[in-house]
Design a protein around this ligand. Structure first.
Ligand SMILES: Nc1ncnc2c1ncn2[C@@H]1O[C@H](COP(=O)(O)OP(=O)(O)O)[C@@H](O)[C@H]1O
Ligand SMILES: [Mg+2]
Length: 362
């Protein structure tokens, strides 16, 4: 407690938390925000809360971001009002004493507080198709419950987040400039990227409906119930904004179907595992029952496209001198790009089979 980077006790005091502060510690393995768990005692009841400092280097407009989160969690809460387990099935914001969803401290940091979801946990790596299915079902359900979010449109907190053609244009510019003279180190990856330019526009050209999407559908952003393994709550709502439903599904395919880490150097470990894809498709299609025929047709493709897009972003950052993604070794972003492109190849080899499966179960 004494060694914490922030004065968590004082921050917690700004929010409507009842009882006496007992302790706080850093929590979780998230890479973006600073997350703490704080425990309070109220007569004979102990309660835990999640306190998070929003990373305002990445999220430039924390006020708009919190407005999105407040609207989304309120809407979800109303949708499951009668569920006795509601408190574990939707993130519940604790407001500040003056009724705001965040507190800005004297250093300009933005803080928010959620009720801690007990008897559930996140996993950094998916361990079984059952888990993949649970996560996909939870993300699909999240989109479904938000399909009737009343106007206005949510804020675009990161404009053009999944605008693949713009991401690709940024790559082309970086290749041309070659500011830090690295293009010769990534010849094969550049060739691969250029060869795939034709796929960049497909989702945008398909004129699919805009939806409320999560935009960070990594497996460790779903809490699984300790007892049943059910995906009970979608967390990490910083990137909730308008988008295509398939961006979320595509990113699940990217982050869940290969057993290798995103920066794995042994590319023989990178592969799209069919049973994982099948689990994702089944889970998502089961809950996302609002999908149009066109969306379903692009389900497999979205996995390929989003994986390609992130690969393009890693390659761009490598060529630009590592200015966006944190790197911990030489060539780190190039390694990351390679795993993504390898996964794209693996998907391409199985694309026909994947499409057949989607058709059969949808
Ligand atoms: N309301 C909550 N209840 C319990 N654990 C939570 C809650 N919110 C977040 N966590 C835990 O904290 C971790 C980091 O939170 P997250 O919002 O995903 O931050 P990041 O953006 O840094 O990934 C999660 O992986 C999860 O394990
Ligand atoms: Mg997270």
């Amino acid at each position: 407690m004494l060694n914490l980077k922030h004065d968590v006790r004082n921050i917690a005091r700004q929010f409507r938390i009842h009882g006496e502060f007992l302790n706080a510690e850093t929590y979780g393995s998230g890479h973006i925000n600073d997350t703490y768990v704080a425990t309070f005692q109220n007569s004979d009841v102990r309660k835990r809360y999640i306190l998070q400092r929003i990373n305002h280097n990445i999220f430039k407009n924390p006020v708009a971001l919190m407005e999105n989160i407040e609207r989304v969690t309120t809407h979800l809460g109303k949708k499951i009002e009668s569920n006795p387990d509601k408190i574990r099935r939707v993130l519940t914001l604790i407001l500040t004493h003056d009724g705001k969803s965040f507190y800005r401290d004297e250093n300009g940091n933005y803080w928010r507080v959620y009720i801690f979801i007990e008897n559930a946990r996140t996993f950094d790596a998916v361990e079984s198709p059952r888990q993949a299915l649970e996560a996909a079902r939870a993300f699909g359900n999240f989109q479904k419950l938000l399909a009737d979010l009343p106007a206005p449109r949510l804020h675009d907190t990161i404009p053009d987040f999944h605008h693949t053609p713009k991401r690709f244009a940024a790559l082309e510019k970086t290749i041309e400039t070659d500011a830090v003279n690295r293009a010769h180190l990534a010849k094969a990856e550049i060739v691969f990227a250029l060869k795939h330019k034709t796929i960049c526009n497909a989702l945008l050209d398909a004129k699919l409906p805009e939806r409320v999407t999560h935009n960070d559908t990594k497996f460790n952003n779903v809490m699984l119930d300790d007892a049943t393994g059910e995906g009970i709550c979608v967390i990490d709502l910083d990137t909730v904004m308008p988008g295509l439903g398939l961006y979320d599904f595509g990113d699940m395919v990217r982050t869940t179907t290969s057993p290798a880490k995103e920066d794995e150097r042994d590319l023989s470990k990178v592969a799209m595992q069919f049973p994982m894809f099948e689990a994702l498709a089944r889970g998502y299609l089961e809950s996302a029952n609002f999908l149009t025929k066109a969306e379903k047709q692009f389900l497999t493709f979205s996995g390929k496209l989003i994986t390609f897009e992130i690969g393009v972003r890693f390659l761009t950052d490598f060529l630009a001198g590592d200015t966006y993604f944190k790197v911990h070794r030489d060539g780190h972003n190039l390694d990351r790009c390679r795993t993504q492109f390898k996964l794209v190849e693996s998907i391409e080899r199985q694309e026909e089979q994947m499409n057949k499966l989607v058709e059969a179960i949808s």
